[in-house]
Design a protein around this ligand. Structure first.
Ligand SMILES: NC(=O)C1=CN([C@@H]2O[C@H](COP(=O)(O)OP(=O)(O)OC[C@H]3O[C@@H](n4cnc5c(N)ncnc54)[C@H](O)[C@@H]3O)[C@@H](O)[C@H]2O)C=CC1
Ligand SMILES: O=C([O-])CC(=O)C(=O)O
Length: 324
């Protein structure tokens, strides 16, 4: 079988880190041939061509073809997997509303192009920030695509949370299960140690609450900023890795609870339609939000903060007329 995988922002840092992994079979497994469609803005097309040359030079047996375009309709035509990575970064002096508007101008038309031409089984992952709200915009501009096909990435936050907890407790990352991050991909996100387990035991019982709230939560939430501070550029290889994890688990299934930002149908009191990170289980090419997990007063208060932020972002883009 052959699948069409569209990658936007293909000439960017995450694009460079993800394309080789996709073409080598790490996204959809060893039996799926890949047609790559790379979407870039005009000035970056040449750089995307350079990356395509290197992809050819790897002689990946699974790589069927590479198309490069600045036309969203062409890029999403027949797309089975759409990785929306390219976005407008915040620049100096840019207000939050300007950033939302600039990204609306990208994710609105991309949603329309997905609506017009993607394959019936298209699965969309938005990585470009603000990821949850960009996914909301794309979803609202694609009325014929089932809403649950639009997701945003909080897997990097989950992976960071797992790694930091493993280091704190001196255990392996494989000893930690079901560590889910809720809400927005922003410093307000909530890494949930109440439902997470370390070697089968409740994680929250193995840490100090003061460390959890005042060290761990901010460290997970602000890890992106810490990487920018250290590297002089935002996370790229780890973001690409998380995007592969997200999409592979969705397409091929995985054990345990995972974090995915998906449109709410009202679970856990999160307003319907908001794209919020939830605990999900993936199986057979689909995911479901796992209901009935413990959400005590502490967790609820943190969830309220991050979901309120999502509502504010939603109201802002709605006010700008970006929701179709
Ligand atoms: N959700 C998450 O956990 C994470 C999200 N990010 C976000 O991912 C995005 C990409 O990051 P990088 O690759 O490091 O940025 P980058 O600036 O290196 O690359 C972005 C690329 O997108 C392209 N682009 C801009 N507008 C486009 C459009 N309309 N269509 C197609 N391509 C377009 C640019 O030309 C550029 O090549 C950023 O918004 C970043 O904040 C980064 C890390 C983690
Ligand atoms: O802050 C950024 O631009 C990058 C990001 O989302 C992260 O590393 O979590």
């Amino acid at each position: 079988m052959t699948k069409t995988v569209t990658v936007t922002g293909a000439a960017g840092a995450i694009g460079y880190a993800i394309l080789f992994r996709i073409a080598s079979g790490q996204l959809l497994g060893p039996d799926e041939k890949i047609k790559l469609k790379l979407l870039e803005i005009e000035p970056a097309l040449k750089a995307a061509e350079g990356t395509a040359m290197e992809l050819h030079d790897c002689a990946f047996p699974l790589l069927d073809s590479i198309d490069i375009t600045a036309d969203a309709n062409e890029a999403f035509d027949g797309s089975n997997v759409a990785m929306l990575i390219g976005a407008r970064p915040r620049q100096k002096g840019m207000e939050r509303a300007d950033l939302l508007e600039a990204n609306g101008a990208i994710f609105g038309p991309q949603g329309q192009a997905i609506n017009a031409g993607a394959a019936d089984d298209v699965r969309v992952l938005v990585v470009g920030n603000p990821a949850n709200t960009n996914a909301l915009i794309a979803m609202n501009n694609a009325p014929d695509v089932p809403r649950e096909r639009f997701t945003a990435m909080t897997r990097l936050d989950e992976n960071r949370a797992v790694s930091m907890l493993a280091q704190k407790l001196g255990v392996g990352v494989e000893d930690i299960q079901d560590l889910v991050v809720w809400g927005n991909h922003s410093p307000s996100m909530f890494p949930d140690l109440f439902n997470a387990k370390v070697r089968g035991e409740r994680a929250v019982n193995q840490v100090d609450m003061d460390w959890y709230e005042n060290e761990y939560m901010p460290a997970v939430g602000k890890r992106g900023a810490a990487i920018i501070e250290a590297r002089g550029a935002s996370s790229a290889a780890s973001a690409a890795n998380a995007a592969i994890d997200h999409m592979r688990d969705w397409a091929l299934g995985a054990d345990g609870l995972r974090s995915m930002a998906v449109p709410s149908s009202g679970q856990y009191g999160v307003e319907e339609g908001l794209v919020s990170s939830f605990p999900v289980r993936t199986q057979g090419g689909s995911y479901e939000v796992v209901e009935g997990l413990e959400v005590g007063d502490f967790a609820q208060s943190k969830l309220d903060i991050t979901v309120n932020e999502l509502k504010e972002e939603r109201d802002a883009v709605k006010g700008l007329g970006l929701l179709g």
